[in-house]
Design a protein around this ligand. Structure first.
Ligand code: NAD
Ligand code: MG
Length: 390
């Protein structure tokens, strides 16, 4: 039986790379459903190439355009419009695997729908876990879903952990960070960073939001929170290490002094292939690591004075409740404002910090309540962005 796959966020960087890996193994995988926000032309090409059973666009007008286009092309793909349809294809009983690759908190409900339907869930959408935390992990335990991390660092840790779990002799998790494009910038240079500079990552080719997060180190902050939940490890047992070459994707340190690292060229198709085929291994298309051409591997500690987002994320995790949902909501609004030219680069940590200080963040056991805090935090962050200006 082929594994039938729903890709949430199919037109993005992770979505496209997932389809690349899937296309290498037509005997193992078939695409069940593809989703996107509004980019119907990209989704049309993907539907025609894969023969997907369902295509979903959140934007209803774009869904109409896709439907007309596919009908004219003689395609059998059924097109659905609207936000509810994301959860429908994520939880559909004919889908085995769901690749969660929507960006931001928009992925919370469809990813949770896949978890609750006990799917094999390949998680790229770290924000979904950062926003819902314990609620998400409880749903994984209750449903018996298989959760496999696609984020390269978490996939690396997953590969280096003992099969018995994180308590079998593991001392610390070492999360590596490239340091982003501005690793060596001083405070004045950071103040002047433009969106065009921030979306250009030195090692990885990613969507605009995660590229900005990598530049502020908020991406590492979100990943720190993600690692606490995924591996059930307290904040004090996770360390962030800056490693500019992005060859070591993360490490696990054991009680006896051993450190296991997962290495490879920086290519997301490796963790994607790992998640799709686990516990087997399949070809991913990634270039092999050539040790004879490695100029060296460097490691240093992160500078949380120049890059406050990492410290803010750690503090939000330690605060608990819905503080990490508030952090994420403020960050999403601040990054969107920065990309639109309405906020300066150092305004991102400033807005996140002020939102965390002013927004209440009670513990919530219901996703609707969490999303209500998310909405309040966004409203506050937007007011703070307007006050600050650019
Ligand atoms: P992207 O911006 O390239 O793609 C995002 C996808 O989500 C697109 O298909 C888009 O149509 C869809 N989308 C956007 N807003 C939506 C909404 N409101 N409702 C429904 N769908 C929506 O993003 P990306 O770089 O592929 O990242 C996706 C996720 O994977 C993020 O959470 C990111 O942090 C994570 N991730 C990405 C990489 C990478 O290399 N790109 C690595 C690790 C983790
Ligand atoms: Mg990562």
């Amino acid at each position: 039986m082929k594994q039938r796959i729903t890709v949430l966020g199919a037109t993005g960087s992770i979505g496209q790379q997932t389809l690349d890996v899937v296309a290498r193994h037509p005997e193992r995988y078939e695409i069940f459903a593809l989703t996107a926000s509004s980019s119907w032309e990209s989704l049309a090409g993907q539907c025609l190439a894969t023969g997907a059973r369902f295509a979903v666009l959140v934007d209803e007008a774009a869904a109409d355009q896709l439907r007309n286009h596919l009908r004219a092309a003689g395609s059998d793909t059924e097109v659905l419009g609207g936000v509810e349809a994301l959860s429908f294809v994520a939880a559909h009983d004919q889908a085995d695997t769901v690749v969660a690759a929507i960006v931001g908190a928009a992925g919370v409900r469809p990813t949770l729908a896949a978890v609750k339907a006990a799917k094999r869930v390949l998680l790229a959408n770290k924000e979904a876990l950062v926003v819902t935390g314990a609620l998400f992990m409880d749903a994984v335990r209750d449903s018996g879903a298989t959760l496999l991390p696609l984020d390269s660092e978490h996939n690396a840790i997953f590969q280096c952990l003992p099969v018995e779990g994180v308590n079998a002799g593991v001392e610390r998790l070492l999360l590596t960070a490239s340091g982003g494009p501005f690793r060596e910038f001083g405070p004045e240079q950071l103040q002047a960073v433009t969106p065009a500079q921030a979306v250009k990552h030195p090692n990885w080719d990613m969507g605009p939001k995660i590229s900005v997060d990598s530049a502020t180190l908020m991406n590492k902050g979100l990943e720190f929170i993600e690692a606490c939940w995924l591996f059930d490890v307290p904040p004090e047992r996770i360390e962030v290490v800056v490693h500019p070459e992005s060859v070591v994707h993360s490490m696990v340190a054991y009680r006896d002094g051993s450190v296991l690292a997962q290495m490879g060229t920086p290519d997301m198709r490796t963790p994607i292939a790992c998640g799709l085929s686990w516990p087997e291994r399949v070809e991913s298309g990634a270039q092999r690591l050539d040790f004879s051409r490695l100029a060296g591997l460097h490691f240093e500690l992160p500078d949380t004075d120049r890059f406050p987002c990492l410290g803010l994320a750690r503090a939000a995790m330690e605060t608990g409740g819905t503080a990490t949902a508030v952090l994420n909501a403020a960050n999403e609004e601040a990054v969107a404002a920065f990309l639109a030219g309405e906020l300066d680069f150092m305004g991102i940590p400033a807005v996140v910090e002020q939102t965390l200080t002013r927004q209440s963040a009670p513990a919530c056991s219901d996703v609707d309540d969490v999303m209500n805090i998310d909405r309040q935090a966004r409203e506050l962050a937007c007011r703070l962005i307007k006050e600050r200006g650019c």
